[in-house]
Design a protein around this ligand. Sequence first.
Ligand code: OKP
Ligand code: ZN
Length: 334
Amino acid sequence: MKLFFDPRELDHAPEQELHNGGFVPYAEHPGRARNMLGALAGTVAPADRGEAPILRVHDAAYIDFLKNAHARWIAAGRSGDAVGYTWPIARRRPLDLERIDAQLGLFSFDASTPITADTWDSVYWGAQSALAATHEVLDGASIAFALCRPPGHHAGADYLGGYCYINNVAVAAQAARDAGVAKVAILDIDYHHGNGTQDIFYDRDDILFVSIHADPVTDYPFYWGHADERGEGTGEGATLNLPLPRGTTLAEYEPALETAMEAIAAFGPDLLLVSFGADTFEEDPISQFKLKTEDYPALARRIAASGLPLVVVMEGGYATDALGRNVASFLSGF
Ligand code: OKP
Ligand code: ZN
């Protein structure tokens, strides 16, 4: 199995994030990728497929903002990382404001996702890794892994959030569609609901989104991922949310995975993309499931039993010292 990664994914390194009312060191740091690189066999650098596949998913105005936000932050006399502090809540009229702080509010949904001078480069090459893995499978490989960092599944067409800027798995899914794959399924098994991925494909019936995650009644991102969110319009029925309670162990996780895999089989996709987060691990510092390192191969085996071509895209996982071990354990099941 080829593992795709570009060293520029290491450059994005925000200093701190707002956590439970105070500032703490940023959980989604470059050491995560370094730990994965240490535990996995050699990686391959992705080809450069340009911005076009990114713009198939994200609004041009948002991508423009992402590229320039940090420079504009500095130009406004600030130092450090760019982060918003005011948001246009639902029902406020749309205003075309230039002020960097207003635009940070417009293009984000939380305060835990700062933009640094290196953010664009890292997220661009992370997306290229996801595209490279996808094309590897479209060219005939049965599986490929994209070591994406930062993660992507919270990013929407025109917003960042949850440590995510470009939605890597969404870019991959759209690229597969554009290459002629008729039906694509996305299985999201990060601890957190992949609200951005859901949002991007919510009204479409060509891309199925299935997610197993911590119940948003108790966990981030709160406003998405509830079981009654099932898609809309032509996409009605092409979104499936399977929230689970805090404390979930493999015994409770496996029936949900069974339900997910049955829904994917019923949809009949030609390709399966997996948003994989190792933050379901029992020792994850910001998450509350109880999966063990030795549980991950069973999940992989159930996914592989679908017989579908597979692209695994890395999302979260914050128990840094165990991260590479957990990813290696998961991949060993394939
Ligand atoms: C990203 B992924 C706590 C604030 C909330 C956001 C969690 C994003 C998780 N510091 N943090 O789904 O692993
Ligand atoms: Zn997560």
